[in-house]
Ligand binder design. Structure first.
Ligand SMILES: Cc1cc2nc3c(=O)[nH]c(=O)nc-3n(C[C@H](O)[C@H](O)[C@H](O)COP(=O)(O)O)c2cc1C
Length: 254
């Protein structure tokens, strides 16, 4: 099993990296054969998104920026699971992580990572663990990642250091790592939530009406996802009630 850790902190040896190292240690305790690879976004040649929209409209191969995007995508596809880690910078993910998300924005339309298991890790000085973890999870979820666990640690400045809080959060980090591990070794396809099923149906509707030269249309067609009989990115039992709710809501919205 190989796990890729994408570190979105400008500090290569900062709190965020150290927190992921702790997760790595915990995972080794469970399985010594796990191979871990770190990608430090701050050391990766990933240029700033110019907002030209070419990746979304015409395809990612039309992106004018020639850098590590393609190799990063390959790494994420090849990994059995991915850890995404960012510090809280001004109540949000770091700019490095945000640029990473922007550079892969086309994956929200063409969710190639569907079913790929992931963990979100956030570090902060005081606030933001919850909502920054949620926004990052939401973004990654729309690219297809299944967020198996969200964890975070508060690294308060020395004069505000709260050992008890740090201990509690470290305990939580260990427990969340266990949850992550249990989920990544489970070979069964993850059952999608109602929101995920609905998102699939809505995108299916939008892309089936899209102009045929649009990258999204071709991608969805090639995958066979424009067929009405398809109800998710991969074969999974959706449940009768969920299917019914999706069909009612999507019918009302159409
Ligand atoms: C530019 C900058 C902005 C920050 N913004 C916040 C913030 O909004 N809220 C907060 O609680 N901590 C904030 N912090 C503290 C960091 O989230 C915290 O120290 C984090 O663990 C740093 O991780 P790193 O060492 O990997 O960079 C900020 C730190 C920096 C450098």
């Amino acid at each position: 099993m190989n796990i890729l850790a994408v570190i979105g902190s400008p500090k290569v040896d900062g709190n965020t990296y150290k927190t992921v190292c702790q997760i790595e240690k915990e995972l080794y305790k469970k399985n010594e054969e796990i191979e871990f690879e770190y990608v430090q976004l701050s050391r990766t040649k990933l240029e700033l998104c110019r907002g030209c929209y070419l990746c979304i409209e015409k395809g990612e191969d039309k992106c004018p920026l020639k850098d590590a995007r393609e190799s990063l995508e390959r790494k994420m596809k090849q990994a059995d699971a991915v850890i995404f880690a960012s510090p809280v910078y001004t109540y949000n993910v770091s700019w490095i992580m945000k640029n990473f998300l922007d550079r892969f924005a086309y994956r929200c339309h063409r969710p190639e990572f569907h079913g790929k298991k992931a963990m979100v890790v956030i570090t902060t000085g005081a606030v933001g663990l919850g909502f920054v973890a949620n926004i990052l999870s939401f973004m990654l979820g729309s690219m297809g990642f299944i967020i198996c666990a969200k964890a975070g640690i508060t690294f308060a400045p020395p004069h505000e250091k709260d050992e008890k809080k740090l201990q509690i959060e470290t305990g939580k980090l260990i427990r969340k790592t266990e949850v992550f591990y249990k989920k990544i070794i489970n070979p069964n396809p993850v059952k999608p939530s109602l929101v995920k099923l609905l998102t699939f149906r809505m995108q299916q509707k939008v892309f089936s009406k899209a102009p045929q030269n649009l990258a999204d249309f071709n991608y969805w067609k090639e995958k066979g996802w424009l067929e009405k009989s398809e109800n998710y990115y991969y074969k999974v039992q959706a449940g009768i009630l969920n299917k019914l709710i999706v069909s009612i809501i999507s019918g009302l919205i159409a």
